[in-house]
Design a protein around this ligand. Structure first.
Ligand code: NAD
Length: 256
């Protein structure tokens, strides 16, 4: 379905970003990977799906590096047809104790990076009259949790940015939507499970059970594969007139 198209997925060396990159690659899209840590493993996993894969190591907190990445993607593949703004980090602390440097980093990586990548990707999409911008927000773009001030602020901002991007392009073939996952067992959440186990002197399994039990009625993690399938839907012809939604995949978290 996406043969000949190019998808740039930020923060795609791990977790949800890698899951979405693989789902888009399985539909034939060439992929530009981004993110830190092991590059060769993710690159091989995506390449195994029979598409071309490129990698750019832009630090998503740095607008100049984001600009360089968009230029790189255009040079490699002609243009970016699908932009998935996914890179994100977390820090958990009460507001009065929240390190200012962590606040700035979360706003830059989880929110401002989506603005920069979007503003840089839009002109080519508008020219082609086809594009898909998918912002990986969170249930925390819709509701709050204590001790996540920067994250909740950034994710609510991402949902707002999604709506404005959708409206400004509503008469074109360029759509923008957000995905709002509940708990997904990735390194970002594993750190929260580990912290809970250490703080409570409990096992990892017990900490996981508590984490899910507090918020997610299904008591199940959403998986990167499921989120990838939703991203594929947004890119399909059936998604042509889906514009500005914040679609939660959260085991009932926000239905309560
Ligand atoms: P993860 O830690 O597995 O992956 C994060 C990715 O972002 C990695 O590839 C990492 O290298 C990259 N990254 C981090 N900082 C970066 C930077 N400055 N520049 C470039 N890349 C950077 O986390 P994940 O859980 O897969 O999270 C992906 C997205 O999903 C995030 O935006 C997160 O907020 C969101 N999300 C996660 C969950 C969850 O439960 N895991 C739930 C809702 C939303």
């Amino acid at each position: 379905m996406l043969k000949g198209k190019t998808a740039l997925v930020t923060g795609s060396t791990s977790g949800i970003g890698l899951g979405i990159a693989k789902a888009l690659a399985a539909q034939g899209a060439n992929i530009v990977l981004n993110g830190f840590g092991d590059i060769e493993g993710p690159r091989a996993e995506v390449a195994a799906l029979g598409v071309q894969v490129a990698y750019h190591g832009a630090d998503m907190s740095k607008p100049a590096e984001i600009e360089d990445m968009l230029k790189f993607a255009a040079a490699q593949f002609g243009r970016v047809d699908i932009l998935v703004n996914n890179a994100g980090i977390q820090h958990v602390a009460r507001i009065e104790n929240f390190p200012v440097e962590r606040w700035d980093a979360i706003i830059a990586i989880n929110l401002s990076s989506a603005f920069h990548a979007t503003r840089l990707a839009l002109p080519a999409m508008q020219k082609a009259n086809w594009g898909r911008i998918i912002n990986v927000a969170s249930v925390h773009g819709l509701v709050a949790s204590a001790e996540k001030s920067a994250y909740v602020t950034a994710k609510h901002g991402v949902v707002g940015l999604t709506k404005v991007t959708a409206l400004e392009n509503a008469t074109t073939g360029v759509t923008c939507n957000a995905i709002c996952p509940g708990w997904v067992l990735t390194p970002l959440v594993q750190k929260q499970v580990d912290a809970r186990a250490a703080a409570g002197g409990i096992s990892n399994a017990e900490a996981t059970k508590q984490l899910l039990g507090e918020k997610e009625p299904s008591l199940q993690f959403t998986t990167p594969d499921e989120l990838g399938a939703l991203a594929v839907f947004f890119c399909s012809p059936a998604g042509n007139n889906v514009r500005g939604v914040a679609w939660n995949m959260d085991g009932g978290w926000t239905a309560q």
